[in-house]
Design a protein. Structure first.
Length: 633
């Protein structure tokens, strides 16, 4: 049965005339001082018989205050600058909250937190029959700052209750002196307002609101002698339509009082505004050149913007962990000796390595096959990209054991065992066969003080490299007996193009608890976290804001490393080089024992570690020669 999508509004009740022909004075009596302002509305900007309770509209309005991107694709977000109730947090308050919760080194440059913005709200208007209940000032942040400027806006909340009626009114006023100052994304209006009139006979309390009906209408104040252009008419209809559509699909339980969706794995590691601002800067700096010079067969847009988003996240993550900042924020020499270095395993096109190197972070990347993209980068970057095949140390040890031939590890290319310098940050982005190996690799590199890592899973593979679909975990833990019963299943790699509705449905399903427990991607993510926890890591997962359905990051060791580096820096402010992290030989032996047990158990389905090692070697040969699946785009 085909499901028909419900239109936001009843089209039969619209006049079909241009908006300019249906304008009428607003029934609201709005005063600025003693002078009544001229506000307008239209029967085409009104929708009745809505079953939303005032609580739904109120919660949705608060959510949209910080998320205007749901109303306009030209906007990134809104930063709250002032809330008269003190509930919505400013960027500086959010940074303090993150810093206090995990003891981060720093979040915004040399200062602990961002400077407070001293933007005063526009004085509230007097509106007959309404009482002012709240004042919020926000700053609208555009997606393309090179084209549009940010805009401050005051939002006044009013209410009215009498008999069975409850009225909610929000008035939005931009901070400008003339209409020429309005950016493209804002309607060409002096102010605009949304009014929700709700009626329920014999309603005696807020708990008894359900069962009534409401009417949503849009009101606005035009500039003198400014006609209603087609674009303004479309914008006003879109504002009303989107409000109704979002209210119809809203879930009060998932909307936070401070105006954000309650998703415990989204923006839970870093404040959104820091990552988005850095992403905007990187996009302006690198996107055009990378897209114009793209030499791979794939579409550049997806890979370029995805890697720029991940780069922005890493830059802010390292700022919080080590106190390091991008090169343009440093001193004259541009070096920061606090950063221990990074490695991007299965680095694919190398864009991530290129951006991070240019931004001043020392590191390198390797992949089983070199990419054409590598040659477009400067020589200094090409020198940091290497064609190498990763052979896990447990596999290398058994393949190269007693009686092994001289070519036991020969896969037709240079090999790497995953042993990296102390404190190196390991990055694996859509590394496929290397995903579950990432925490094991990080711990094997330095068992006494395991390396921090971030893995972004994609397609599911066993430790042998063979395709494998992990079963859903039971109560957050993987059951060995259930895993042994599971059979290898073919996975469908993420398509570069396809049905956008299907892609979004898959993404939303994977983000739900039920989807995360059942989907291939959710099970792979849970397995990666489980393995990391089993060998002693403090593990977090966070949903990245990247253009991909495979957007969950698993981060290991962040809290421990942040605490250690912060402690060492505080003890010795004049110390140069890297702070010494705790070294515990006994703990290292314990971790090696745990890793050995994990590898033994996970390789049992292939017939043991030796058989799994042979499978890995053969698959590595195929990947290097181009016959097998690439470890990264």
């Amino acid at each position: 049965m085909v499901r028909v999508k419900q239109a936001p509004r009843d089209q039969s009740k619209l006049t079909g005339k241009p908006l300019s022909e249906t304008l009428e004075p607003s029934p609201l009596h709005i005063f600025k001082g003693i002078e009544e302002e001229k506000w307008s509305t239209s029967p085409d900007l009104l929708e009745g018989n809505l079953l939303f309770t005032p609580k739904v509209i109120d919660n949705l309005t608060l959510y949209l205050l910080a998320n205007p991107n749901r109303m306009s694709s030209h906007l990134f977000r809104a930063d709250i600058l002032h809330d008269s109730l003190g509930v919505l947090r400013t960027p500086a308050e959010r940074e303090r909250l993150f810093a206090d919760s995990t003891g981060k080194v720093a979040l915004s440059g040399d200062a602990d937190v961002a400077d407070e913005d001293d933007v005063q709200p526009i004085p509230a208007r007097d509106i007959a029959g309404f009482e002012l209940s709240r004042t919020v000032v926000r700053r609208l942040i555009p997606r393309k700052p090179q084209l549009d400027r940010p805009l401050e806006q005051t939002c006044h909340f009013y209410g009215s209750v009498y008999g069975g009626y409850r009225r909610l009114l929000v008035v939005y006023s931009p901070h400008i002196a003339s209409k020429e100052e309005l950016p493209f994304y804002h309607p060409l209006l002096q102010s605009w307002a949304l009014l929700y009139d709700y009626y329920k006979p014999r309603a005696t309390s807020s708990e008894e609101e359900e069962g009534g009906a409401g009417q949503l209408s849009l009101h606005f104040m035009l500039y003198p002698d400014e006609p209603i252009q087609n674009r303004l008419e479309r914008t006003l209809h879109a504002l009303l339509n989107t409000q109704i559509r979002l209210a119809r699909g809203s879930d009060i339980s998932t909307m936070m009082p401070e105006g954000g969706n309650y998703k415990p794995t989204k923006d839970n590691v870093l404040p959104r505004h820091l990552v988005q601002d850095t992403y905007s800067r990187l996009k302006q700096k690198y996107a055009s050149w990378l897209c114009q010079n793209w030499v791979e067969d794939t579409q550049p847009s997806k890979h370029v913007f995805e890697d720029l988003s991940i780069s922005a996240f890493l830059i802010e993550l390292w700022r919080s962990m080590y106190g390091v900042v991008p090169a343009e924020e440093r001193g004259k020499d541009g070096h920061d000796r606090n950063f221990p270095g990074f490695v991007d395993v299965a680095c694919g096109n190398g864009v991530l390595v290129y951006v991070l190197l240019i931004e001043g972070y020392q590191g390198w990347g390797f992949d089983a096959r070199c990419r054409k993209t590598w040659k477009i980068f400067p020589e200094t970057v090409q020198e940091r990209l290497s064609e190498e095949v990763y052979i896990p140390k447990p596999f290398a040890d058994i393949l190269n054991g007693p009686g092994a031939s001289t070519d036991a590890l020969d896969v037709g290319a240079k090999t790497h065992s995953g042993i990296f310098p102390k404190d190196t940050f390991i990055m694996s982005n859509h590394a496929d066969e290397l995903t579950v190996w990432t925490p094991l690799m990080a711990a094997l590199a330095n068992p006494e003080s395991p390396l921090p890592f971030m893995a972004i899973p994609c397609c599911s593979h066993a430790l042998s490299g063979a395709r494998y679909r992990y079963p859903p975990p039971k109560d957050g833990k993987f059951d060995e007996e259930e895993e042994n019963k599971a059979h290898e299943a073919e996975q469908n790699p993420q398509p570069a193009t396809g049905d956008l509705k299907a892609l979004r449905a898959a993404k939303l399903d994977a983000q739900t608890d039920a989807g995360a427990n059942k989907s291939m991607y959710g099970c792979l993510t849970a397995k990666t976290m489980s393995v990391a926890e089993e060998i002693g890591y403090d593990v977090e997962k966070t949903m990245l804001r990247i253009p991909s359905t495979r957007n969950m990051a698993v981060i290991g060791g962040r809290q421990r490393v942040t605490s250690e580096w912060n402690s060492k820096k505080n003890k010795s402010a004049v110390q140069t080089g890297h702070p010494d992290t705790n070294v515990d030989a006994d703990s290292g032996d314990e971790i090696l024992t745990l890793i050995e047990e994990v590898v033994r158990r996970e390789c049992a389905r292939e017939g043991g570690v030796q058989e799994a090692a042979k499978i890995w070697k053969e698959r590595a040969k195929g990947i290097h020669s181009g016959r097998g699946q690439s470890q990264r785009h």
